[in-house]
Design a protein around this ligand. Sequence first.
Ligand SMILES: [Zn+2]
Length: 81
Amino acid sequence: MLPFHWVPCDGARHASRDTRPAGGYPTGTEVKTLCGRELAADNSQHAWFWGTCPDCNREAHRLAASRQEAQSRVQKCGRRK
Ligand SMILES: [Zn+2]
């Protein structure tokens, strides 16, 4: 699982590291986004058609990559005699 969740707010799909309730952030929930803003989540269906926030997208890729790196490090350690 990735250390963040996608959340539509303010006309774009942002990513947040805030704990996400089952079923997603309810509309109106204040979330801290990866692009450094605090926005109210919009859990309506049309919100998922909004474009991805480029700053969050970049940060999300960075987080995913560093997580993968950490995992491969753990695997390497596991192979030690
Ligand atoms: Zn964003």
